[in-house]
Structure formats: C-alpha cells, structure tokens
Design a protein around this ligand. Structure first.
Ligand code: HEC
Ligand code: HEC
Ligand code: HEC
Length: 152
C-alpha cells in the first residue's frame, strides 16, 4: 500500500475523531476560540449555539428585515457585543479579525460569510440617536481596525 492509500484509509477514523472532539469542550482538535468578553451564558445553550447559530441569525434577519422586529434575542448586534474582545488600549477588536471569535472557528471549518461587508464587526460605542441601519452600516465603525491605538 502506498502512503497515500494509507492516509485515505485513515480518513473515516479522523473524521469520526473530529466529530467526537467537536462534541467535547476544550478539545485540542478545536481551534483556540477566544472566550466571550461579556455575559455568563449565551443566548442559547452553548452546544446548541455551536450547531445552530447560523439558523438563529437567519431567522433574526428575516424577522428584522421583513417583520421590523429589532433588538431581539438572536440579534447579530448582540453577538458582537458579547463576543468582541478588546485590545490593550481598550479598543474593540473586530470579531472577524484573524484569530477572533467568529473568524477562528470559521477559518478552521472553511466557512466563508459576507455579513461583515455591511454589518460592523465591533460593538457599538455610545451612538445615541442613530437608527440600527445607520449604525450597522456606519463608515465610522467600519474603519475601526483591530489593535488601532486610541489617540484621545
Ligand atoms: C448588503 C448588506 C448586508 C449584508 C451582506 C448582510 N446584511 Fe444583515 N442586515 C442588513 C440591513 C440593511 C439590515 C437591517 C437593519 C435594520 O433595519 O435594522 C440587516 C439586518 C440583519 C439582522 C437583524 C438585525 C440584528 O442585528 O439582529 C440580522 C440578524 C442580520 N442582518 C444578519 C446578517 C447575517 C448573518 C449576514 C451574513 C450571512 C448578513 N446579515 C449580511 C444588511 C446586510
Ligand atoms: C449575553 C452575552 C452573549 C450574547 C448576546 C451572545 N453570546 Fe455567544 N456565548 C456567550 C457566552 C458566555 C458563551 C460561552 C458559554 C460557555 O462557555 O458555555 C458563548 C458561546 C457561544 C458559542 C460557542 C463557542 C464555543 O466555544 O464553542 C457560539 C458559537 C456563540 N456563542 C455564538 C453566538 C452568536 C452567533 C450570537 C448572536 C446570535 C451570540 N453568541 C450571542 C455570550 C453571549
Ligand atoms: C464554534 C465554532 C464557531 C463559532 C465560534 C462561530 N461559528 Fe459561525 N459557523 C460555524 C460553522 C461550523 C459553520 C458552517 C455550518 C454549516 O455550514 O452547516 C458556521 C456558519 C455560519 C454562518 C452561515 C454562513 C453561510 O453563509 O452559510 C453564519 C452567518 C455564521 N456562522 C455566523 C457566525 C457569527 C456572526 C459568529 C460570531 C459571533 C460565528 N458564526 C461564530 C462555526 C462557528
């Protein structure tokens, strides 16, 4: 048997192992996922979130865009609020920056998503008076780069 065939023979076992590992918390086979910056628990149980967060987001999006419902349980704004880390200067790091919460897992799993082309990937600073649409698409927020030191 060539080494290549040997490797292919091992694949089902590897896939099974990954599955088991994914079901366990803190497994060495999962990428390092930054801990949440805020909150004691997620909007759903953690295992449910791992599996189904994309479906919750999809529903929330439909509810908001078609139903006008905002600020609900599965809001994308909420995810970012709790899951974005801050750098040494206290500046929020985008959740889709390399190694950050959403990115770490997605690059590991080979998932590509375009949400942050429109939605900001950092939590809202106190932006009173902005509508969610203005806020989510604000160029001021969009240029907030990871680790850019605050000058004020
Ligand atoms: C072309 C721009 C665009 C893209 C790309 C986009 N969105 Fe949105 N999204 C919007 C706009 C505009 C709203 C409406 C905001 C409002 O009216 O409150 C919205 C609203 C939402 C909401 C409801 C508001 C909230 O914060 O919960 C969710 C959830 C959402 N989008 C998720 C996603 C996800 C997930 C993706 C990627 C798969 C995505 N969006 C990609 C423009 C976009
Ligand atoms: C109130 C704060 C809060 C909000 C809002 C929130 N999360 Fe969480 N999330 C957490 C906490 C805390 C954990 C870790 C729970 C644990 O360790 O069991 C977590 C865990 C997760 C996990 C599992 C991570 C892992 O290590 O496997 C995913 C995925 C996730 N959240 C995605 C989301 C998404 C997507 C949203 C928005 C729809 C969201 N979260 C909203 C606080 C939050
Ligand atoms: C524990 C790992 C993990 C974390 C953390 C995580 N994701 Fe995911 N995400 C996945 C996996 C795996 C998929 C692909 C699932 C599938 O295709 O069935 C996915 C898919 C998605 C999708 C659907 C992409 C598409 O177009 O099909 C969206 C939207 C999404 N994630 C949003 C987020 C957001 C926003 C965060 C951060 C707040 C986040 N995810 C954090 C693992 C994760």
């Amino acid at each position: 048997m060539t080494p290549r065939l040997n490797f292919l023979g091992l694949l089902p076992a590897l896939i099974l192992l990954c599955g088991i590992a994914a079901a366990e918390e803190g497994s060495a086979l999962l990428p390092p996922i930054p801990p949440p910056a805020k909150g004691d628990e997620c909007v759903e149980p953690t295992d449910v979130m791992r599996r189904d967060h994309m479906r919750f987001l999809q529903h929330q999006r439909d509810d908001t865009v078609h139903g006008g419902i905002r600020g609900a349980k599965h809001s994308l704004v909420g995810c970012i609020d709790c899951h974005a880390q801050t750098d040494a200067h206290g500046v929020a790091i985008a959740v889709n920056a390399k190694g950050q919460f959403c990115e770490s897992c997605h690059s590991f799993a080979g998932v590509r998503m375009d949400c942050f082309g429109c939605h900001t990937a950092v939590p809202a600073p106190d932006q009173a008076g902005m509508t969610l649409l203005e806020w989510t698409t604000s160029p001021v927020l969009a240029v907030t780069k990871p680790a850019s030191p605050r000058t004020d």
